[in-house]
Structure formats: C-alpha cells, structure tokens
Design a binder for this molecule. Sequence first.
Ligand code: CIR
Length: 255
Amino acid sequence: WQFSHAITRTPADSIARGLRAVDTGNPDPYEFRVQHAVYVGALEAVGMTVDVLPALEDFPDSCFVEDPAFCLPEGAILLRPGHATRIDEPAQIRSALAARYDTVLEIPGKGHVDGGDVLTLDDEILIGLSARTDREGAEAFAKLLREWGYTPRVAETPEGVLHFKTACSTLGDDVILATKPMIDSGFFGSRVVVPVADGEDYCANVIRVNDVVLVPEDYPQTLANIEAAGFKTRLMPVSEPRKVDGGLSCLSLRF
Ligand code: CIR
C-alpha cells in the first residue's frame, strides 16, 4: 500500500454499455469522467505519478484497469480476464506496463484470472475463484507468484459476489476490511478485520494509498468503522462506476 505510481484509463463513451449484474440504469460517460478525474487527483494528492491512458471505445469496461494485469515490485503480470468482452484488454495495456517495468510476464496456459480477484496482503496473496477466475488460471498465476518468492493462496469467492475484492480490501498495517460473509469464511485467520456495515456492501472495496484510505461516499457506518480503526480517509464520488459493478480498486493499477 506504499505506492509511487498508478496506471488508469479514461472511461470511454461505451462505458454506458458496461457489464453489470443488476441493471440500475446506464452510467453517464461524462459524469463518469468527472468522477474519474477526482479519483486521479486523489492518487496524485498522496504523491503518486499517474499515467492516464486514452479511452478505448471498443472495450466498454477498459477503465477498470485492475482486471487485465497485476503489479508487483519485481514486475507486471498480464492476466486473462474471464469475460469474453474483456479478454483482449491485457494486450491493450501491455505497452503502458512496459514503459514502467523491465519485466512484463503473461500467465501461461488458457485459464482465466481477473485482477479484481487478487487481494495482496502483507504476508500472502489471496486469489479468489469466481465467475471470472477459474482454477487453471489461479494455479498458473500462483506458480508465477511463487517463483517471485510470494505466498499465494487460492480461495472461493462467496456466491453472488462478482470479484473477491468486491467484498474485502486490505487497509494496510495488517488490517482487512470485509463483509460479514467474508469474515465468516475464515479466510483471514487471526488478522484484524474491520467489518463492513449491514446494507453497505459496496463499501467493502476501498483502497489504501500511502497514508490515506479512499472510501466511496454515502456509506457512513463503514466509514466510521474505518476511521475508528485509526485510518485517515478521503471520500470519493462513485455513483457512475457503481452502476457497472466497478469499485475504487478496479480503477487503477498501483505500484
Ligand atoms: C465488469 O463486470 O467486468 C465491470 N463492469 C466491472 C469490473 C470491476 N472490476 C473489479 O472489481 N476489479
């Protein structure tokens, strides 16, 4: 959660057709770009250099750059997103990663992994199996992580949740934020877990960037829980990404 760089991508007009589990209306591309600019500004405000890539009209969900790649100090790994409309997004982000990294790998084989299913903790990396991430992809990805000296663990994402990180986040300092079903799953062992308040599930996806936690606005109970645990917060407008199941972590690659 100490980062100097981020990669983001400007939302395209085609985000209005973005994937979603439940239709609550199309996001407005103009308003989405306004909220995206606020987000980029928040990353810059904590000292990060942000590469903002141009919009890709052919890829409606491509502003969710977290899903096609994964970044570590040792290098970047191109993933293989599990939805057909997103499978070519890694190729679109390769050159941006190559501009920042000497090493850019690809997960071998044919399995699928969405970056939204990968939770980096202080001592291990959890990979959630989901509708987007399958066993073959998770195992191939885990092997690469092991080669770099990390400790990956494959887990089941609770039913009805798009991505593993839709329901939990790392707050840093060994603390996790998670929904009740995630807490009950036992994934987090004896770690300190701050609960997401009932009825505020969307607020499970936050990001710790340097000394601040970016939190979606409109979730007062969960915000209070995060602050009571001692974290400094900044609220982010998220009405448009929320309509297409996107959260704060999905909107950037941080390294
Ligand atoms: C999708 O369904 O792929 C996009 N509409 C939302 C992706 C959200 N990404 C994430 O949680 N990492």
